[in-house]
Write a protein that binds this ligand. Structure first.
Ligand SMILES: [Zn+2]
Length: 137
């Protein structure tokens, strides 16, 4: 491995060109660490920036921004279900029999959409919460 000395060419991230470019070493921190470099392209003098580190930072930023997704809340589901139905609401009763997509009117929770039927239980989306109710009794 060649020794790093003032006047030698080295690859560094240029703060002005925003690219990994060939730079000339201007000052050394010690035998192994470069302090200052001069860009061979734009002639700007700046602190040495490890080119491999700057690329790693870039990929990490890109990843976090692309994974951001929209969170759907219960009220979003309720609003969507209510606007997509033409069914009339029916009062909820433990003795009633409901099926998927039915609109029920609960005395305590208000209007809700039946999204799932499991034997004698129905899963209903209300304005602020999803409830498991009993039917077919
Ligand atoms: Zn430059």
């Amino acid at each position: 491995m060649s020794q790093l000395t003032v006047g030698k060419d080295v690859l560094s991230y240029c703060t002005k060109c925003k690219l990994n470019l060939s730079h000339t070493i201007v000052a050394m921190k010690d035998a192994k660490h470069i302090a200052k470099v001069k860009c061979n392209t734009c002639a700007t003098m700046h602190a040495y920036k490890d080119p491999s580190q700057s690329t790693a930072n870039k990929t990490r930023t890109k990843k976090t921004s692309s994974t951001a997704s929209k969170v759907i809340s219960v009220s979003d589901l309720w609003m969507e279900g209510m606007s997509n139905t033409s069914k009339k609401s029916q009062p909820y009763s433990i003795k009633g029999s409901f099926s998927m997509g039915d609109i029920i009117d609960h005395t305590k929770f208000g209007p809700g959409i039946v999204q799932k039927v499991v034997d004698d239980k129905i899963e209903v989306i209300f304005r602020h919460e999803i409830k498991l109710l009993i039917h077919n009794k």
